[in-house]
Design a protein around this ligand. Structure first.
Ligand code: ZN
Length: 253
């Protein structure tokens, strides 16, 4: 975890969310299931208690339904990787780390262990998903994908943790498909460069971005986030404008 003390959160949402909270899991159940959270960020500079990241673990039941269970070794490994990747990405954004940790119910992270899930939406368990419904903020990950990701070995999804983290930050600010902190002019620059990159992808011209970025505005931003962290130099050489915009958010001066 980052060692510096968090600043006051910058987002509107977080300013009213600090306070003593309990994870959504009932206490007895929580103990039995060993739900755990990121300890370093539970107390803010002002002494407020925040929920942090609360992990829950699932395995596939007989009919492919998800069954909440205890974590296997792989899930613990994935949990560690998730917190490392998040801490790495937000190393220079302690304000955002605090914002996430101090959401009303914290960030619930559901880890799907192993295979065999029969998924209603077909895609949930393949990689990951981010859901923001009012105060319920849920990240879902396939444990295997977390462990195998972040190594630039996939063609499409290079780092599922960064991908979902970018979605989360994107969903928590006002406008979808852009990062907070960009000025109107920067938003316009981003819009132009997104059109440019989409054009390259549609015509199968070289770009470090992958075709999944064509899905829509929010997926473009999430894929760009992956590329920014995983293929940084390549992005910088290919499209310095997009690189600088991402840099401005994750590495503010
Ligand atoms: Zn996505």
């Amino acid at each position: 975890m980052a060692s510096s003390r968090p600043n006051k959160p910058s987002s509107k949402r977080s300013s009213s969310t600090a306070g003593k909270k309990t994870p959504k899991v009932a206490p007895a159940e929580a103990a039995a299931l060993e739900a755990s959270s990121s300890q370093d960020w539970l107390t803010t500079e002002d002494g407020d208690y925040c929920t942090g990241f609360v992990f829950r673990y699932f395995s596939a039941g007989k009919r492919g339904e998800r069954v909440e269970t205890k974590p296997k070794a792989e899930a613990r490994q994935a949990e560690e990787i998730i917190m490392q990747r998040v801490a790495h990405a937000l190393k220079y954004r302690p304000d955002w780390m605090e914002t996430l940790c101090c959401l009303d119910n914290g960030v619930e992270v559901r880890l799907y262990q192993g295979q065999g899930f029969k998924d209603e939406d077909l895609e949930i368990y393949l990689f990951g998903r981010t859901t923001v419904h009012g105060d319920d903020v849920i990240l879902e990950f396939a444990t295997d994908e977390v462990i195998n990701g972040g190594r630039d070995i996939h063609d499409d999804v290079m780092d599922v943790v960064i991908h979902e983290l970018v979605h989360l930050i994107d969903y928590l600010d006002d406008e979808d498909g852009v990062l907070p902190d960009w000025t109107a002019d920067e938003g316009l620059l981003f819009w132009e460069q997104r059109e440019h990159e989409w054009e390259l992808l549609r015509n199968e011209k070289p770009t470090p971005l992958v075709p999944y970025a064509l899905t829509n505005e929010v997926e473009f931003l999430a894929v760009l986030g992956e590329v920014f962290f995983m293929r940084s130099e390549e992005l910088k050489a290919h499209n310095p404008i997009l690189f600088n915009l991402m840099h401005k958010f994750f590495y503010p001066a």
